[in-house]
Design a protein around this ligand. Structure first.
Ligand code: NAD
Ligand code: G6P
Ligand code: MN
Length: 442
């Protein structure tokens, strides 16, 4: 019989938690579970999600032990995997990350530019705390981290917890590859083999083949040149307008290097003027998420708990989150699956900082990831990535040294910011807004 695993979801109150629980239940055959726990530092928020998940688990998998807690010892004892998706400061702080830069005419985004930097300064401490709980109470466990901003969080763990068993991963390449598969008429992204390199939310595909080795790039290129990553010329149902715009804008981002395909997040760095012109400083993505996803998940959860049956709500499985099970099974059963992870470069990209955290294909087994060689990258990408990785490193140094100067340098160096004076004005507003979360800067 296969071993059964014990998992704790950190950030149990996340809007993504129910979708992930449903996804875990759909994958029990390849990733058997004996226990699921939730941990969050906001007990009231977590309880709403957890009580609904309790109903679902009772219906679908009564043998799996379930519990939720705000107590680290209870949460992190006897676990094999920590699945971490925390958002330090929650949506009200995301809203500030987005709106403050926009007030200064600069991109306001969750993970890119000054907003991402502010979020990074909040997240580092929260994520390190979870790593430390894991190591204290379950020293053999692995942490699968997708808390954002993943690039900055990954750099912080590289610097401050270099020997910890933590894997940083992002779902954006997975989402884009799903669209590419649709474009070429394949059922799943798993029917493609890709080469990709970059930083998190900052990378490029250089090769896409089917499993027989046929080059799929020409067909995808033909489509992307016209429609970006929007699979047909009409809008897909269920995709929000703002995301649809991002997938369509990939057409312009792609044009800067037509031999590759870009991560959609590059639009914030390469077309910041366009992004600002198409933003509403009074109503940003955080508002959309609070009005839609958060409301939907929390009202569904409340309805399920009240009725005592899952049919009372409309919670949906997060299909593409099955990459988390791919990653967990790779570790648990040494599958050597090839996945894109955020790992120390160490020569994989040979003309790039060996001490940078890069997003590249790795083979994943019981002892962690083995990165594949990328080789030499072109000057355009190397230049962009060097600037961005310096931003990410400066943020982590600013957090460690509590340095106002380094944080000002980081914001100034971001390609989204026009000058040091604008950077300073944004920084001073962000500092005021984040006093309860950032270390006190000198
Ligand atoms: P959310 O605000 O709904 O949930 C986050 C939860 O984390 C909240 O319940 C909050 O109370 C909790 N939390 C905050 N600080 C904590 C701490 N120090 N310890 C324990 N719990 C803490 O947010 P969401 O929109 O569902 O997103 C959750 C996270 O997942 C975010 O970081 C988001 O950026 C990230 N995410 C990443 C990817 C990826 O590709 N890497 C994809 C989707 C979401
Ligand atoms: C993608 C990215 C995540 C990001 C999310 C934001 O999945 O990879 O890193 O957190 O988008 O989505 P949202 O719907 O919250 O704006
Ligand atoms: Mn991501």
């Amino acid at each position: 019989m296969k071993k059964k695993f014990s998992v704790v979801v950190a950030g149990g109150g996340s809007t993504f938690t129910p979708g992930i629980v449903l996804m875990l239940l759909a994958n029990l055959e390849r990733f058997p579970l004996r226990s699921i726990k939730f941990y969050d530092n906001d007990g009231a928020r977590q309880e709403i999600v957890a009580e609904a998940c309790k109903v679902i688990l009772k219906e679908q998998a009564p043998d799996i032990e379930f519990g939720y807690t705000t107590d680290p010892k209870t949460a992190f004892s006897d676990v094999d995997f920590v699945m971490a998706h925390i958002r330090v400061g929650k949506y009200p702080m995301r809203e500030k990350d987005e709106k403050i830069p926009l007030r200064h005419g600069v991109v306001g985004q969750e993970t890119c530019g000054p907003g991402g930097i502010a979020y990074g300064m909040r997240s580092i401490g929260g994520v390190l705390e979870i790593v430390d709980y894991m190591e204290k109470y379950s020293p053999n466990a692995w942490m699968l981290n997708y808390s954002n901003p993943a690039a900055i969080v990954a750099e912080a763990t590289r610097r401050l917890r270099p020997h910890s068993r933590i894997l940083n991963i992002c779902d954006m390449p997975i989402g884009i590859e799903g669209r590419m598969a649709q474009i070429v008429g394949l059922k799943s992204r798993k029917e493609m083999q890709v080469r990709y390199y970059g930083l998190n939310h900052f990378g490029w595909w250089t090769s896409i083949e089917d499993l027989k080795g046929n080059d799929l790039m020409p067909k995808i290129r033909e489509h992307v040149a016209k429609h970006g990553y929007v699979p047909s010329s009409t809008n897909e149902p269920g995709v929000e307008a703002s995301w649809n715009d991002t997938f369509a804008k990939a057409k312009d981002v792609w044009a800067l290097d037509p031999s590759t395909f870009p991560n959609t997040y590059l639009k914030y760095y390469l077309f910041p003027d366009y992004v600002v012109a198409h933003s509403n400083p009074e109503h940003t993505r955080a508002n959309e998420v609070m009005e839609h996803r958060e409301k939907h998940v929390f009202s569904s959860c409340a309805a399920i708990t009240k009725a005592g049956k899952s049919s009372a709500g409309e919670l949906e499985i997060d299909e593409h989150a099955s990459y988390i099970v791919d990653l967990a099974t790779a570790i648990a059963f040494n599958t050597q699956e090839r996945m894109l992870l955020i790992v120390p470069n160490q020569g994989a990209i040979n003309n790039f900082d060996p001490e940078a955290m890069v997003e590249i294909p790795c083979l994943v087994g019981s002892n962690g990831p083995e990165p594949l060689t990328v080789g030499k990258i072109p000057l355009f990408q190397q230049g962009l990535m060097s600037q961005q990785v310096a931003v990410e490193k400066l943020v982590v140094e600013a957090w460690i040294e509590k340095s106002y100067l380094k944080l000002w340098q980081a914001i100034t160096l971001s390609k989204t910011v026009p000058s040091a004076s604008v950077a300073k004005a944004i920084l001073d507003d962000l500092l005021e807004a984040n006093k309860d979360y950032w270390p006190e800067l000198k």
